[in-house]
Every structure is written in C-alpha cells, then in structure tokens.
Design a protein around this ligand. Structure first.
Ligand code: AHR
Length: 306
C-alpha cells in the first residue's frame, strides 16, 4: 500500500452531538459484551447516537456492516476488525466517502492500511506484550512443567497472531520448554474444549495449556477434567482476557495466571473522536493498560474484573 499524506484523512466537524458507527465482530463472550457496553454507556453519557452492528463472527458480514454505515453517512466509524486483512478495503472506502475510521481493539495488517492515512489511529492492547507476559510468568513459575499445548485465537486476527508471536518468542529463548502443539480454538469455549481434548489425547505428556483467551481456557478446563486431570495442578492453565469467570477460576486454583485484555474502550474512544475533530494529532497506536491476576492477587482483583 501507498502511504498517504496525513491531510488525506477526512475531517470531522466540531459538533455538539455525533452519529457514530461501531462495527463489533461478535458477541459470544464476556469480553465482547463488556466492550460493547462500555461503548454504549459512553455514547449515552455524551448524548451521541451509536449505530451498532454485530458481525456475529462473520468477516463477510462485518464488511457489509461497514458498507452499510458508509451508505447511512455516519459521522465516523469505530471498527474492531475480525481479521487483519479482509477489512482493509472498507477502511479505504470509508476514507474516500469522507468518514474517519478509528480502529478499536484489533488491528489491520499495516501493509494494507496505515494509521494517519487510511484511519485515524488504533486504540487497544499490546497483544505481543500480553503473550510475552504469559511466557515470562511461565518461565519463572513452571516448577518443572515444560510441555506446552497452545490454543490459538481466530485465524487471521491480530490478537491470535500477536499473542502467539509474543509467547512463542519467550519460549524459544528457553530451551527446557517445548510447544508440543498449537492449534486454533477460534477464541470460542466449545472449540477450545474440542481442540484441547484432541491435543491432550495426542500429547498425554502435556502439562501446560496456554489459551489465547479465557473462553478457550475454560473449555480446556472441561477437557482436562473429562480426561481425569486436575487443571491448575497436573496441568498449568494460562490465559488472556481477565473476565470475572476466569478470575474466579484463578481464585479456585484451576487457572494459574491471567493477563488482562482491557475491554473498557468507551471513554478513550470517544475522547479520541472529539480530540480528532478539534485537530489533535494522534500516534499510530494508543495502548491500553492491562492488569494481571495471579493466585496471590486474584481475590482482591476480582472486584475490578469485568
Ligand atoms: O481482540 C480481543 C480478543 O477478542 C479477546 O481476547 C477475545 O476474548 C475476543 O473475542
């Protein structure tokens, strides 16, 4: 892709209220519900109209959802792209239609879309760092458990790519650890359970499961219990997201470590929208802060979990 000048970005008028699109990717887990609620609450607080769509796990539907927002001439679009390549064309279409886009949570392949040119900025977590933090915790706390099964998120999504890159990078530097198998569970509880079941049969020596999100970790706990293994004891369970259900499982000792992925986007997203209208220049990425939950901190942390 060609790098466009900053001036190519559509302007946003300073107004007392806006009609803004939010193209959500799916609503099948607590993380997504928390993100949507945060966006809706903030829109309501500001008296803005939120044009909300749910792609229900279909990238093709999300492309159509964004096109429909363009046709409805919304003032701006917040987009959480399900996959990192197929949404690039509609981001360009919005720009050509004079509608600024702000990416939330998931990114688009930087070879296809550029911050400051095709879209205003990306707001979200550093997914590589999330994966690294899980890897670092494991290296410090493994106590001899070194045979890893990895459950990956949705294929072609930036969190799946980056959480793998971050974690695998730490593991590659520590020769005593081994990733026995790595397979997609599509960020879903049931697909995570099925993948864990198959991989545990093929690799009975596995004693660590790293899941790219809570839902797959919870699925993996079911698979472990069905196989007669004690999650958190026989097999360490590590995940990312930090929803209440997973943090409770840390308290119960079935999950050993969770890195939060902060879903509270509303205030930052709308502040950025207003700032953009007022002429503020944004960096390519605005990074959210993520907490973490260990056996020591989960009990007190539970109150702040979503
Ligand atoms: O993009 C963030 C990921 O998407 C969350 O970890 C996952 O639970 C969600 O579906």
């Amino acid at each position: 892709g060609t790098v466009l000048a900053q001036s190519m970005l559509p302007k946003l008028a300073v107004k007392s209220t806006y009609r803004v699109g939010f193209a959500q990717t799916e609503s099948n887990n607590p993380w997504r519900l928390a993100q949507t609620k945060s966006m809706q609450d903030e829109a309501k607080r500001l008296g803005y109209q939120l044009v909300y769509t749910d792609a229900a796990g279909s990238t093709a539907k999300q492309v159509a959802d964004v096109r429909s927002m363009i046709a409805q001439k919304v003032d701006a679009i917040f987009l959480s792209p399900r996959e990192d390549k197929p949404l690039a064309p509609v981001v360009a279409e919005a720009r050509k239609a004079g509608i600024p886009v702000i990416l939330l949570d998931r990114n688009i392949d930087p070879a296809l879309s550029k911050a400051g040119a095709d879209y205003v900025t990306f707001i979200g977590s550093d997914f590589i760092k999330e994966g690294q933090r899980v890897g670092d915790w494991l290296v410090k706390n493994a106590k001899g458990k070194t045979n890893i099964i990895e459950l990956e998120g949705t294929t072609g999504s930036s969190p799946a790519n980056d959480r793998k890159t971050g974690f695998d990078g730490v593991i590659a530097k520590n020769s005593s650890f081994k990733i026995l198998a790595s397979q997609s569970g599509d960020f879903s509880r049931d697909k995570g359970r099925q993948a864990a079941e198959t991989l545990l049969q093929a690799h009975p020596e596995a004693n660590v499961i790293y899941a790219h999100n809570d839902e797959m970790a919870i699925g993996a706990i079911s698979a472990l219990e069905a196989a007669g293994k004690k999650p958190g004891v026989d097999v360490l369970v590590l995940s990312i997201d930090g929803g209440k259900e997973a943090v409770k499982l840390v308290v119960d000792g079935k999950i050993n470590y969770v890195v939060e992925c902060n879903p509270r986007f509303g205030p930052e997203a709308f502040k950025t929208l207003k700032g953009y209208a007022a002429g503020t220049k944004y960096p390519a990425k605005v990074i959210n802060t993520d907490r973490d939950y260990t056996a020591q901190s989960a009990k007190t942390g539970l109150a702040g979990a979503y």
